[in-house]
Design a protein around this ligand. Structure first.
Ligand SMILES: *Cc1c(COP(=O)(O)O)cnc(C)c1O
Length: 388
């Protein structure tokens, strides 16, 4: 057993990252300003979109998008239930109806065919999720959305650096990224709204800062012009320079981070080939560049007496941390009680919700750590045989 605890994720923060944050702290201007503007510029040029808006979280960006679109009572929003709870909570909080579609059993992503079946005259928005660092199959989803005049916003929280058919996620369409500490780059907390629609970008920029018709920062002098005024009621979701400075530094290392993640993921795949009870996700059939945000496996409960929760407990006893991405939203207390029509109706989502587990994966991990995790898995599985 390894002597120290291996967390399932840990941000990679360098001395240079710390220096960059310290410089902002010492500068006299610590909230949204030139660093946030620079981070937006660098991020949009990285993904290839015309512009981007830095915000306090991906959840905040999604809230702004729902506000900008006026999503409310009577509207339906199509989303997987295999996603982070924030999306569904926001839809409910706006008085709209989340419409869940099932996912592919082995990629955990929605398909255009599944979405098509749930489109009604009330459908206003589709929120596909790029899962674990892979890309959802966008072309057919965009096609049916366009045919039905429905907007698509991609949940790209897992997809910094992910590619789809030769272009980075975020380059076209509208997408939302997260910089929460477990994501591929971090600002502590933070998010980025990317779009190729200049009117929408302008609207989001305004809504993220009280609805003032200026940015939080005026290029010449920090602070707002004297006559900034509210043009529509907005929120307070701007990203401070303290965090943006970290984002700028992290973004410089994204390719290095993702290369390391890929190397670790390939080692997992190789080592797990000899562990039949543990089934990794499959690669999509279309061309993608994987950013390996998560290494998700499913426990084949038919081949072992263990269930997933017990597996996670036993691994923890062996100093190996794990994550769960995600417990299906429709199976959680509030949603079981308010949307009782769903349990039992999303078979692939539910099958995975009971069996998935995210193994440790972060850029500062070592190849030997992967081998340790696989050894721990084998030990737990062999002791678990025949036991509940
Ligand atoms: C992390 C995550 C979010 C939310 O991101 P925050 O920045 O924490 O608000 C949304 N969707 C998915 C799929 C995520 O993994």
């Amino acid at each position: 057993m390894r002597p120290d605890f291996l967390p399932f994720s840990r941000p990679s923060i360098s001395e240079a990252d710390i220096d960059a944050v310290n410089a902002v702290l010492r500068s006299g201007w610590i909230t949204t300003g030139s660093k946030a503007a620079e981070f937006e510029k660098n991020f949009s040029s990285y993904v290839g979109c015309p512009d981007a808006v830095a915000v306090s979280s991906a959840t905040a960006a999604m809230h702004l998008l729902l506000q900008a679109m006026g999503i409310g009572p009577g509207d339906e929003v199509i989303t997987p239930s295999m996603t982070w709870v924030s999306t569904i909570n926001l839809i409910i909080l706006r008085g709209a109806v989340p419409v869940f579609v099932d996912i592919d059993k082995d990629t955990l992503m929605v398909s255009a065919e599944a979405i098509k079946e749930r489109i009604t005259e009330r459908t206003r928005l589709i929120i596909p999720v790029h899962f674990a660092g892979a890309a959802v199959d966008l072309t057919p989803i965009r096609r049916i959305a366009k045919q039905n005049n429905i907007f698509v916003v991609e949940d790209a929280a897992h997809a910094v650096g992910t590619g789809y058919k030769g272009a980075r996620i975020g380059k076209t369409g509208t997408s939302i990224f997260s910089f929460h500490p477990i994501k591929n780059i971090t600002t502590g907390e933070g998010g980025m709204f990317c779009s190729d629609n200049p009117d929408l970008l302008k609207r989001i920029r305004r809504l993220k800062f009280h609805g003032l018709d200026v940015d939080g920062y005026d290029g010449d002098t920090p602070g707002r012009p004297l006559h900034a005024e509210v043009t529509e009621p907005g929120y307070k979701y701007n990203m401070p320079d303290i965090l943006a400075a970290l984002g700028i530094m992290q973004l410089r290392r994204i390719e290095e981070f993702n290369r390391k993640r890929t190397e670790l993921a390939m080692r997992y795949r190789g080592q797990l080939a000899s562990v039949p009870e543990i089934v990794p996700l499959a690669d999509p059939a279309y061309p993608i560049t994987h950013s390996w945000h998560l290494f998700i496996v499913r426990l084949d409960t038919d081949k072992t007496g263990l269930d997933r929760d017990a597996l996670m407990e036993r691994l923890k006893e062996r100093n190996v941390g794990t994550g769960l991405h995600f417990r299906a939203v429709h199976l959680q207390k509030y949603y079981r009680e308010t949307m009782p029509e769903y349990p039992g109706k999303l078979p692939h989502t539910e099958w995975n919700s009971q069996r998935i587990c995210s193994l440790p994966l972060f850029p500062d991990m070592k190849i030997e750590d992967v081998d340790n995790v696989v050894e721990a898995l084998k030990a737990v599985l062999s002791r678990g045989k025949g036991k509940k």
